[in-house]
Design a protein around this ligand. Structure first.
Ligand SMILES: [Zn+2]
Ligand SMILES: [Zn+2]
Length: 309
């Protein structure tokens, strides 16, 4: 999967080092895929300089802000915000942090988890990862009961997956992650089943964050407003995007969502039953779909997608 994505990105970006080529880069937005029902995005901002923004996109795309990261699993949230000190845990990012593995496992499962609730799956997943000596993380913020959008809106994300599976899979496919009709149908039927039994979802959203912490997850308290101006889809193994350096370069109001998509296959392998490649493929696709759907629920149609190959 990784090689095909790399090839795809190289085609999109052109022969990488040519900066005049990069300067002309145009990026697809969520709206291009008929996605983006949320508010976060450049069209809703009045505090941004357009040429600075273009420069930020260009330099993010060529990997200028990629830094080495600890761990090979999605761990902290895509959220562009930081803690009060302006930093984040040094770990790969995905929608909801380690919760992406809970939802990916649920949506990509072959049926064995049907009787479990979101709370049970959260506890079980954190325990499994802790048992393997792997670190996990969740977050809140300083001004809400549950400050993680991926968690707060989990049910809405499942609904969005059932409503918009084709555009969601279309976006993923554009960046080299091809989701078959069979995989789409399976993931949608899992989501529908949960929506038909809404007691699956915990009513108190902060209880999910707390349960993850009680079962080993690290916790970040993020502060201030959402200032994300793009979604970086990072395919460079062993790296993430340096949020702090982007602020230092362009200004404190320049943030981005970071999706370290190179971790998804590894995450799925940790979650699938032993050596079942079909299961792990489907879980990796489910994690992808949960990430795209969350971006679409939180993000505005003007939010560009910046692939980093
Ligand atoms: Zn979050
Ligand atoms: Zn939450």
């Amino acid at each position: 999967m990784l090689e095909s994505i790399k090839k795809m990105l190289q085609q999109l970006i052109g022969s990488s080092d040519d900066s005049s080529q990069a300067a002309k880069l145009e990026f697809y937005t969520l709206g291009k895929f008929n996605l983006g029902v949320g508010k976060i995005g450049p069209d809703n901002r009045t505090d941004i300089d357009q040429s600075t923004l273009k420069e930020m996109y260009r330099r993010v795309a060529v990997g200028e802000f990629n830094i080495p990261v600890s761990g090979t699993l999605p761990e902290i949230c895509v959220d562009g915000r930081t803690n009060r000190q302006g930093t984040r845990i040094n770990a790969p990012s995905a929608a909801g942090g380690s919760l992406t593995m809970v939802y990916g496992r649920d949506l990509g499962d072959s049926g064995a988890l049907n009787d479990k609730t979101e709370m049970q799956l959260t506890i079980e997943t954190m325990d499994v990862l802790k048992g393997k000596g792997l670190s996990t993380a969740v977050h809140g913020d300083d001004h809400s009961n549950c400050g993680c959008g991926a968690c707060t809106h989990a049910q809405k994300v499942y609904q969005h997956i059932t409503d918009k599976i084709d555009p969601i899979a279309g976006l993923a496919g554009n960046y080299g992650i091809v989701i078959s009709d069979l995989e789409k149908a399976s993931i949608v039927s899992k989501a529908k089943n949960r929506l038909d039994h809404p007691s699956f979802f915990s009513e108190d959203r902060s209880a999910i964050i707390q349960a993850a912490q009680d079962h080993g997850a690290n916790y970040e308290e993020l502060v201030d407003a959402h200032n994300e101006l793009c979604i970086a889809i990072n395919m460079r193994q062993g790296t993430t995007i340096d949020r702090k350096a982007i602020r230092a370069t362009f200004g404190p109001q320049y943030d981005l969502f970071v999706v370290d998509a190179w971790t998804f296959a590894t995450a799925a392998q940790e979650l699938a039953l032993e050596n079942n490649k079909q299961d792990s493929d489907r879980i990796a696709k489910a994690i992808t779909i949960q990430n795209v759907a969350t971006a679409s629920v939180l993000g505005h149609s003007s939010l560009p997608i910046i692939p980093i190959g």
